[in-house]
Design a protein around this ligand. Structure first.
Ligand SMILES: O=C[C@H](O)[C@H](O)[C@H](O)COP(=O)(O)O
Length: 223
């Protein structure tokens, strides 16, 4: 079956990330349709590394279906590389993530990893973050309170109804944020009681972005 042009770019970016793997180590694995291509590519190299830590139940199942061992992050002392996609990424390699609801575990693994390699097709590369709504994971009983606080910050929250995260929580997707300082907004959102975390990855941004375009893949560093 032939891939759509966008899926072909996702696959190209994901496969290029294999060059960043450290032989013999554990690799951090994100979540989403781009990462699924990475997991499938990883399966061809599974004897070259020890195993993976995973940011979601969905990625864990896909890794295990390929016979790749998935470790508990608590039992992993060193994580040289984390590979994940993004919903948006800018020239500072700050991202919006969490379109698939996996933001909290993704942020935890990103915090542990030495190097965050973000794999995206060119549609994800933006001048300014915020066209894609910013996901916020909330403790269910705090949903309305958190939504009211987000309105005070200038956002327009929408409950992602019917979605429960791997952590048993809910998601608010925040539209219309005017994001001038992503790192500050990330901190402000995290200070609201009841917020678990939010999908701005500005304080822990990526170290490298692999961006697939119609003309091939490019490796971009932070500006
Ligand atoms: O929760 C999901 C993750 O943050 C994904 O990495 C992000 O949504 C990008 O996913 P995709 O590769 O499917 O566009």
């Amino acid at each position: 079956m032939s891939l759509s042009p966008q899926d072909a770019q996702k696959k190209a970016a994901a496969e290029a990330a294999l060059d960043f793997l450290q032989p013999g180590s554990v690799v951090g694995v994100g979540t989403g349709s781009t990462v699924n291509f990475f997991i499938d590519a990883l399966a061809q190299r599974k004897h070259q590394f020890e195993g993976a830590v995973s940011s979601s139940q969905a990625s864990t199942e896909r890794l295990q279906a390929h016979g790749i061992e998935v470790f508990d992050l608590n039992n992993v002392a060193e994580l040289p590389v984390y590979v994940d996609g993004a919903d948006e990424i800018n020239e500072h390699l700050q991202m919006v993530k969490g379109g698939g609801g996996a933001l909290t575990r993704e942020k935890i693994i990103a915090a542990v990893a030495d190097k965050f390699v973000c794999v995206v097709d060119e549609s994800k590369w933006v001048g300014r973050l915020g066209t894609f709504p910013v996901p916020v994971e909330v403790i269910p009983m705090a949903r309305s309170y958190v939504a009211r606080q987000i309105v005070k910050l200038g956002g327009d929250p929408e409950w992602r109804q019917g979605v429960v995260t791997d952590n048993g929580n809910w998601i608010l997707d925040v539209h219309h944020f005017d994001i001038l300082n992503a790192a500050e907004l990330e901190r402000q959102l995290n200070q609201i009681t009841g917020v678990v975390t939010n999908g701005l990855f500005a304080n822990r941004n990526a170290d490298v972005a692999i961006v697939a375009t119609a003309n091939g893949t490019e490796t971009r560093k932070r500006k």
